[in-house]
Design a binder for this molecule. Structure first.
Ligand SMILES: Nc1ncnc2c1ncn2[C@@H]1O[C@H](COP(=O)(O)OP(=O)(O)O)[C@@H](O)[C@H]1O
Ligand SMILES: [Mg+2]
Length: 356
């Protein structure tokens, strides 16, 4: 069993009569890279601020290494927060910015010099010691902010969309560097993002949130391959989500056609949500698949074609390495194990969770 470092117990927070965090329980383990992922406004930053001590929960307690820290101010917690805005001191150079916390702690000159050097190497910013922040790019400023956090040797690093202001290419480069830093320093990362690709790339574990509730948690592969409800399926990558009827074990009716699947344990003729990833559908000649339709849109994406096929009144999304002609009729085929069957939400509340 991995050792836990943070425990959130029954946390709730309401702003202006709106419940932003709703009776949330979460355990975070030592040295893991955990990502809070969800759409804007779902409560990720609020949860991170509760961990950091910037926001007090209305209900519930936060434990760090078994000690209740709910009433401790941020500076008494052994963690450090990096925000999207770089918040460097403009009149200090890079080295002074990084050394700031260590000076407050009255560390020796030699100690500070070694630490700053180590941190600059870690974030690939050697040679920038004497630059002022306004002469650095956004990505470089964020590296300095991360270096400044790391020299203080926090047990936990909290990062709130730290790469959100960077363009895609730089963001991907920084993602790789953050993973390298994580491997080298052995601290716990709690990372907030609304970007599912970023979460899938970097995390040991992903917590998918919506409307203040945890929808699913697990490693990236299980979140992607086995979403537990339609919200997660829809949020993590594009999915086809269509209503079906479970005829019996391993047989689901989709758009009037009986299709083999591998799911069992549903009621006979239960209405279900059928989830199929675009890359799991293949285009076959008309009549050779489980359904036929009209190719209405074909866009080349580099590694694959993004194809839309209209069958009855449902538009299927397909990713295929082979193109088809727009306006032709095609069939769609699927392997039974690539079909995910989910229970329909049972109440209006669950509809809300799905964001519908
Ligand atoms: N200090 C605050 N005062 C009032 N409402 C807030 C405050 N902080 C957050 N909220 C509201 O709480 C909800 C969740 O916000 P937040 O945690 O920032 O979401 P996320 O980081 O997932 O985008 C939003 O509706 C937001 O407007
Ligand atoms: Mg936020």
């Amino acid at each position: 069993m991995p050792e836990s470092i943070l425990e959130l117990k029954n946390i709730s927070k309401t702003f202006d009569g709106k419940k932003v965090i709703d009776h949330l329980d979460l355990t975070i383990y030592k040295n893991e890279f955990i990502t809070l992922l969800g759409p804007s406004g779902c409560g990720k930053s609020t949860l991170l601020r509760i961990i950091g001590g910037f926001v007090q929960p209305d209900e519930g307690r936060v434990f760090c290494n078994g000690v209740d820290i709910t009433d401790l101010p941020p500076e008494k917690r052994n963690l450090h927060t990096v925000f999207q805005k770089y918040s460097l001191f403009p009149h200090y150079d890079v080295a002074e910015n990084i050394a700031f916390g260590l000076k407050l702690k009255k560390k020796s000159k030699e100690y500070i010099r070694d630490k700053v050097k180590y941190a600059l190497r870690l974030v690939n910013m050697e040679g920038f010691e004497h630059r002022k922040p306004n002469l650095l790019s956004g990505g470089q400023q964020q590296r300095v902010a991360i270096a400044r956090a790391i020299v203080n040797e926090p047990e936990i690093l909290l990062l709130d969309e730290p790469l959100g202001a960077l363009d895609l290419k730089l963001r991907q480069e920084m993602q790789r560097e953050l993973m390298k830093i994580k491997r080298e320093v052995g601290i716990t990362f709690v990372y907030v993002t609304h970007d599912q690709g970023e979460a899938l790339t970097m995390s040991d574990r992903i917590i998918v949130m919506n409307q203040g509730l945890i929808q699913q948690m697990g490693d990236p592969k299980s979140i992607y391959d086995e979403p537990q409800n339609a919200f997660v399926a829809d949020f993590i990558g594009e999915s086809n989500i269509i209503t079906g009827i479970m005829r019996k074990d391993c047989l689901v009716e989709i758009q009037g056609q009986d299709v083999m699947c591998v799911d069992t344990g549903f009621q006979k003729d239960e209405p279900v949500d059928v989830v199929i990833r675009p890359e799991d559908l293949s285009i076959v000649p008309e009549g050779a698949g489980f359904i036929d339709g009209l190719a209405t849109d074909v866009i080349y994406q580099g590694a694959y074609y993004d194809i839309r096929v209209l069958a009855d009144d449902y538009e299927w999304a397909i990713q295929s390495v082979n193109p088809v002609m727009c306006g032709t009729r095609v069939g769609l085929a699927i392997l039974p194990e690539n079909i995910q069957i989910m229970h329909k939400p049972r109440s209006a509340d669950e509809e809300v969770i799905r964001g519908k």
